[in-house]
Design a binder for this molecule. Structure first.
Ligand code: SAH
Length: 331
């Protein structure tokens, strides 16, 4: 099922019907078309038959109840994961997938190790968001942020990801501000170049994870095609064009990329306006150990003392394997 089908289905209807249907779906957050009471019965029936919107999912809730993971069953039997993170402030961030599996094969990442299955369709991306929007509606809350940091490499599914984002952002669609939407990439340069030409103020994050090509290639095979200097050149062009901040994600892997020397080398790369570093505590998935908190603190200080802006990612949902990089279906 593809989202375009809904347009196709309603093409003989007056134009406002499509708008009505989309509004019921994305703003009314109906669970099935029968609930779209503004639409005539025959249209509801047709939509229910041809474009069902029930979502079949299994959910897992962390002990502290702040992380909820969902495993959504797709039409072809594959499954995809998305995670809701309820921050202490009022933010509700959802981390969505762009592919089933991932072709990037990063050695520290559970999804990377499961290999690549296929790209997600537009509807399959939207469905992850709708699932949590419906979930939060029951407690009178809303999704405030969407990050493409689940399974997959979003820039390897550029068109569907961008179309889903446009529907998310559209005022007849989900109506979520572009500034509340982020894409994270291993550094697919073609994607960065395309993004700078979109009229959309979404956030860009780069998974850097190492300050030199040797270390980076060891943990991220994609570095062979997209080495650090190539990525930074594309990012500089992107910043020049958009004047937007860019986040560099840096996963702290014990004994791999977390020494004082690594921090000093990173300073050399990051000393530019609108760059900032986001340090990520590693969620162990097998072969590496996370850097101890004291090491992360020291690493952070070295960067900060050199005038680099550094943030640290809040940890979520380890107990339900619902954290970044732990999304991989076990079947
Ligand atoms: N393919 C994209 C988006 C998906 S991964 C990318 O690489 O950016 C989202 C983020 O989670 C990336 O920064 C990724 O490196 C990080 N990540 C992967 N495995 C992780 C793990 N086990 N613990 C913490 N972060 C992880």
């Amino acid at each position: 099922m593809d989202f375009k089908e809904i347009r196709e289905l309603l093409k003989d209807q007056p134009k406002y019907r499509l708008e009505q249907a989309e509004k019921s779906l994305f703003q009314g957050l109906i669970n099935n078309w029968q609930e779209a009471i503004g639409l005539p019965l025959n249209i509801r029936k047709k939509l229910d038959e041809e474009f069902p919107i029930e979502i079949s999912a299994e959910t897992f809730v962390s002990k502290d109840k702040n992380t909820i993971k969902t495993l959504i069953a797709l039409e072809d039997g594959l499954k995809v994961e998305a995670v809701l993170m309820r921050h202490e402030d009022t933010r509700n961030t959802i981390c969505v997938s762009s592919q089933v599996g991932c072709p990037m094969a990063c050695s520290f990442c559970a999804t990377g190790r499961m290999g690549f299955k296929r790209n997600l369709e537009i509807w399959e991306i939207l469905e992850q968001i709708l699932f949590f929007a419906r979930y939060l509606k029951k407690v009178n809350e809303k999704i405030t942020n969407v990050v493409f940091m689940g399974m997959g490499e979003p820039f390897m599914n550029y068109k569907n990801v961008m179309t889903a984002i446009k529907i998310l952002n559209d005022k007849n669609g989900f109506n979520l501000g572009a500034r509340h939407i982020s894409i994270s990439t291993v550094g697919v340069v073609e994607g960065i170049e395309r993004l700078e030409n979109e009229e959309l103020q979404i956030n860009l994050a780069i998974s850097l994870h190492a300050p030199d090509n040797k270390t980076r290639s060891e943990i991220m095979p994609a570095n062979k095609n997209y080495p650090i200097e190539k990525i930074l050149k594309a990012v500089d062009k992107y910043i020049k064009k958009t004047n937007r901040r860019v986040m560099f994600e840096y996963l702290m892997l014990k004994g791999v990329n977390d020494s004082d020397e690594h921090a000093k080398e990173l300073i050399g790369l990051m000393k530019k306006p609108l760059y900032f570093v986001n340090l990520i505590a590693y969620n162990p998935t097998g072969i590496y150990d996370p850097s101890p908190a004291s090491r992360i603190k020291k690493f952070k200080e070295i960067l900060e003392n050199a005038g680099i802006t550094v943030t640290q990612r809040q940890e979520f949902g380890q107990d339900i394997e619902g954290a970044c990089g732990q999304l991989a279906t076990k079947n």
